[in-house]
Design a protein around this ligand. Structure first.
Ligand code: BES
Ligand code: ZN
Ligand code: ZN
Length: 482
């Protein structure tokens, strides 16, 4: 999709549809809106759309009145959703080009960037494997900003990079497990890295054995598909920071649960158990283009969790790379096992700060639903950095506790630590387990089990992967100051 910035008045823009935000309680009377607003047909509620044909006094073929909710609450995140929803609405009507009007207080870089992102995100369809030629897509999108200042071209370019990388993550995450086993995921990371000029290395089984990654290898051993640890490196031309950020993403290409097998209902969604890893690959794609001032390395442990004849059993004891022994009481708590070794490896490679993202627990969905990701940290400054970045990008995350008391649950007489605790507070005990492997490195863990994919389509997003938290990770890197 081609995105352009236009400073001429909205009336002069020749396009398939001019999107005009309208708000609750505000009487928009331009662009032929008056009768619809008067009759109450258009109330300005979020995700409400009304399409007008042959509007008078406007060069556009149509005007799309798009509800933005309450004007006082309309921020960049709401605009992103409005534009994405409008693009999805217009695609259904086979409209091929559109423009959105941003004037007055909405002509800032933040809003312009969000509009470009909304257009690209709204254009994404999870139809890679559909045959036929009814692909839905908009060819061109214009951000109309008559009052805009000078730096808006950069804002559009940044928005484009972010949203394209988020879509890259969504497409990768949506690949089914038969087409994307660990080594294929590694090949996708390699291909992206080559295109973006990043260094990419894939550690295969022999190397993982040599490094002593017993926790990761224990999960992998039940599958015929071999494991891989993907490492992607970005190094700035001139580092303005001594920090080295490590991005660690769970890459379970399918999670059957292993011998502690999951119920069959809904199990198809466990192809999304690599969303954390896909987000790290997408974030590196954007980082390569936006060139932040610090070193960033992504580590993505990829395995398939299967109950094969060689699978690990409940009660097995494995030795992680850090030397700690783990009693595997439940083979379905596999994410923390592979992350334990990946976190240790990231530390070994010199990372000074760590962020991991993982579809780690059903318990976080019980706690926070599908609205907020759970955020855990061993370091207040690091937690605040990530929260700030998330807020700036409109990706909702909620801080969760990590008191020492929760550690009790992971005690076992047979090894240094067990991989599960009691039933309650499951997202927290999972995070406590990870903290043992992040050790004293400032670290944030994002449990995205409830937010990485949608079970049902929404006006602004199709069913499937959301691409969270790509934008937060990129913002974290690009805004970095020591
Ligand atoms: N991949 C799952 C977590 C998950 C659940 C992701 C629902 C997305 C939606 C993870 O590997 C898992 O199975 N966790 C178990 C842990 C339990 C055995 C302690 C869970 O949450 O049930
Ligand atoms: Zn599991
Ligand atoms: Zn899992």
């Amino acid at each position: 999709m081609k995105i352009t910035l236009e400073r001429n008045p909205a009336e002069q823009i020749a396009t398939g549809a001019l999107i005009v935000p309208v708000f609750e309680g505000e009487k928009e009377s331009h662009f032929g809106a008056a009768p619809l607003v008067e009759s109450g047909e258009v109330a300005g509620k979020a995700a409400e759309f009304a399409l007008l044909h042959n509007p008078t006094g406007v060069a556009a073929a149509r005007v799309l009145l798009a509800g933005g909710g309450k004007a006082g609450r309309f921020d960049a995140a709401e605009l992103r959703k409005l534009v994405a929803g409008a693009v999805r609405f217009l695609k259904e009507k086979k409209v091929l080009s559109a423009a959105v009007l941003l004037d007055g207080s909405r002509s800032s870089a933040e809003f312009v960037s969000a509009a470009a992102e909304g257009a690209i995100l709204g254009d994404y369809e999870p139809d890679r494997h559909k045959t036929g030629n009814d692909k839905k897509s908009l060819a061109a999108f214009t951000v109309v900003c008559p009052d805009g200042a000078a730096e808006l071209d950069t804002a559009i370019a940044r928005g484009q990079v972010l949203a394209e990388s988020q879509n890259f993550t969504r497409a990768l995450a949506n690949e089914p497990a038969n087409l994307l086993p660990p080594l294929k995921m590694a090949a996708a990371a390699r291909e992206m890295s080559q295109e973006q000029g990043l260094a990419c290395e894939v550690l295969e089984r022999g190397e993982l054995e040599r490094l002593g990654m017993g926790a990761l290898l224990g999960v992998a051993q039940g599958s015929a598909a071999p494991p891989a640890l993907i490492v992607i490196r970005y190094r700035p031309q001139q580092a303005a920071s001594a920090a080295h950020l490590g991005l660690v993403g769970k890459g379970v290409t399918f999670d059957t649960g292993g011998i502690s097998i999951k119920p069959s209902e809904g199990m198809e969604k466990m192809k999304y158990d690599m969303c954390g890893g896909a987000a790290m690959i997408g974030a590196m794609r954007a980082i390569a283009q936006l060139k932040p001032p610090l070193a960033v390395t992504a580590f993505i442990p990829c395995v398939e969790n299967m109950p094969g004849s060689r699978a690990q059993r409940p009660g097995d004891i494995v030795t992680a790379m850090s030397g700690k022994t783990i009693e595997v009481l439940n083979t379905d708590a596999e994410g923390r096992l592979i992350l334990a070794d990946a976190l240790a490896y990231a530390r070994h490679m010199g990372c000074t700060h760590l962020v991991d993202a993982a579809t780690l627990t059903g318990a976080i969905v019980v706690a926070l639903g599908h609205i907020h990701a759970g955020l855990f940290s061993n370091n207040d400054a690091m937690r605040d950095r990530v929260l700030r970045a998330a807020r700036a990008e409109g990706e909702r995350m909620w801080p969760m506790p990590l008191d020492e008391d929760y550690k009790e649950g992971l005690k076992t007489p047979f090894a240094d630590i067990a991989n599960i605790g009691s039933r309650w507070g499951g997202a927290i005990t999972a995070a406590i387990f990870l903290r043992e492997f992040a050790e004293d490195t400032p670290w944030v863990h994002l449990d995205i089990a409830g937010t990485a994919y949608l079970d049902e389509a929404q006006p602004h997003m199709p069913k499937g992967p959301t691409g969270l938290p790509v934008r937060t990770l990129v913002r974290l890197a690009t805004d970095w100051v020591d």
